[in-house]
Design a binder for this molecule. Structure first.
Ligand SMILES: Nc1ncnc2c1ncn2[C@@H]1O[C@H](COP(=O)(O)OP(=O)(O)OP(=O)(O)O)[C@@H](O)[C@H]1O
Length: 528
């Protein structure tokens, strides 16, 4: 469709370059704008920017969504001297968003290879997410590409043009005044987690960035709105408030034991999410992982940790809530969930009790459950086949044997999350007691760990919680109102022994055998 003529590109180049030459402050503004926009395009120097644009258009002329006419209009406006540099970049950005193709920047001088890769992945992600509709182009053109002087005035003499020259910042301020509804308001739909916060430029920033940042954010919000416009807003809000997890980041060290699973997951998904450029071809990561094992062994914790460590947004939902809480709407919910996750890539979707969603078909299966299941498999397939999508689905189950073959096949990596071993139980006790006042020494802790064989991580937590009640139980009830915190005695071994008699393991040894058998048949191996 659209291939820019070399002359047009050169025009943009010289326009930008001239402004750079005319006023040195531009180069600083350019740098900060460039970094704030966080798009690979903007990491290039002007010449490469033009080359990139051209290259994109050349390679993907048929997929270019900006029409020839619109593009020319944008470019001709852009070339007029009344346009600030900020806008020039915004125009180039929109042009690039409308195209697909690889940036051609192997040797940018300003940034390190690592930074470039980071920008590149952000850029690619943004490009994947962005469908620049005609309406979006028009909105963009109206709000961002509104000429300071009418296009007709291009016929004015050069002297007039130069005299009305403005700095990029003046230009932005002027636009803000002219279109306060665009740049003044910043819409917010949910907040982003800390772990997904964007790349922060190591370069100094100045206050002029605020304008461009808010525009950039607004631009992202608008793209997101576009992508989610076919979904019910209440569902989107609910996903963002209840399913999108904003809890504190989890570290691998927060998970006791499970060394095999931790290593396997880091290798299979975390590193590839951090360095997608290395993990291509055969190294391409699986898009679906199944964690199976007894309840309370840390499957959810692992899901959260994967999201934190791969700097992804974490979405956590229980499959049973899809079938019960969302009766009749479960399938819409699944679709909306994946759509929101796609807008927040990289993302990890954690589905607990996945067996209740993907169990083997039966005659008694309810129609709505069947529809949810089909929708889920369709979405999962979408995530699996699109190589550029940074979406990982983690399914967790205590009943892997109930999963049907279709589900098993889609979760390529199936990891057994067993009960904690002796050393892991020791670690758990130490960690749980760390914040409590206690008199337990290493020997005591070892003894408790030995006596709690067969306990899950959650059982260990209950055990320690019960032991921590020992000092309170030993108090004279009449003192409960007046006693000082410091006067409560420390937890001792006797409290733990009593707790061991009260809190029992929640997992039966028979159930464990089933996991071991299933792991041998379908699992991705484990040291246990
Ligand atoms: N390996 C572990 N390391 C640290 N804490 C753990 C571990 N396993 C379990 N826990 C503790 O037990 C609690 C429950 O764990 P989690 O919810 O991750 O288990 P789960 O396997 O997802 O359980 P379920 O199958 O019932 O959903 C956690 O909040 C954590 O405190």
């Amino acid at each position: 469709m659209s291939k820019l003529k070399e002359q047009e590109l050169l025009d943009v180049y010289y326009e930008v370059k001239n402004k750079n030459d005319e006023n040195n402050t531009f180069s600083n503004t350019r740098k900060t704008t460039v970094f704030k926009h966080s798009v690979a395009l903007n990491t290039l120097d002007n010449k490469n920017t033009c080359l990139l644009l051209n290259e994109d258009l050349k390679k993907h002329s048929t997929t270019t969504l900006i029409s020839d006419e619109d593009m020319k209009k944008i470019m001709s406006r852009n070339c007029s001297r009344q346009f600030g540099l900020e806008r020039s970049f915004a125009v180039l950005q929109i042009a690039n968003l409308a195209c697909s193709g690889k940036p051609v920047c192997e040797n940018s001088e300003n940034i390190s290879e690592e930074q470039f890769q980071e920008f590149l992945s952000l850029f690619q992600e943004k490009r994947n997410r962005s469908v620049v509709t005609e309406q979006r182009q028009r909105t963009f053109m109206k709000s961002y590409v509104k000429p300071v002087i009418n296009v007709k005035e291009d016929t004015q003499s050069d002297t007039t043009k130069v005299s009305s020259f403005k700095t990029a910042r003046d230009e932005m301020n002027l636009q803000a005044k002219q279109a306060p509804n665009v740049s003044g308001q910043k819409r917010k739909l949910g907040t982003r987690r800390g772990v997904t916060s964007k790349f922060v430029s190591p370069l100094l920033s100045n206050e002029s960035n605020e304008d461009s940042t808010s525009k950039s954010q607004e631009w992202e919000d608008q793209i997101e709105d576009d992508r989610l416009k076919n979904f019910e807003p209440r569902m989107i809000e609910l996903i963002k408030s209840e399913i999108m997890d904003k809890g504190p980041p989890i570290d691998w060290n927060d998970i006791a034991g499970l060394e095999f699973a931790k290593t396997a997951i880091q290798e299979a998904v975390v590193w590839p999410m951090l360095r997608p450029d290395i993990f291509t071809g055969l190294r391409r990561p699986p898009k679906g992982i199944l964690l199976f094992g007894p309840p309370g062994t840390g499957k959810t914790l692992i899901g959260k940790c994967v999201a934190s460590q791969s700097k992804s947004t974490f979405f956590s939902i229980s499959a049973s809530s899809l079938t019960s809480k969302w009766v009749g709407e479960g399938e819409k919910m699944v679709r909306a969930l994946f759509a929101v996750a796609r807008c927040h890539q990289p993302a990890v979707i954690f589905i607990d009790e996945i067996d209740s969603l993907l169990s083997q078909r039966s005659d008694t299966e309810h129609e709505s459950s069947r529809r949810i299941k089909t929708e889920f498999l369709v979405q999962l397939d979408g995530a699996t086949t699109d190589n550029d999508e940074k979406l990982l689905v983690i399914g967790a189950t205590n009943r892997p044997q109930e999963l049907d073959e279709a589900a098993r096949r889609r979760f390529v990596k199936r990891l057994y999350i067993p009960l904690p071993e002796l050393q892991a139980r020791q670690e758990l006790i130490e960690r749980l007691m760390l914040k409590e006042k206690h008199q337990l020494n290493a020997e005591n802790i070892l003894e408790i760990a030995q006596l709690s064989e067969g306990y899950s991580g959650a059982d260990m937590r209950n055990l320690c919680a019960d032991a921590s009640m020992g000092p309170i139980r030993s108090l004279d009830i009449n003192l409960i109102h007046s006693i000082q915190t410091a006067e409560v005695r420390p937890i001792n071994m006797n409290d733990c022994r009593l707790a061991l008699s009260r809190v029992k393991s929640s997992v039966s040894p028979n159930d464990l055998d089933q996991y071991v058998v299933w792991n041998k048949t379908y699992g991705s191996g484990s040291l246990c």
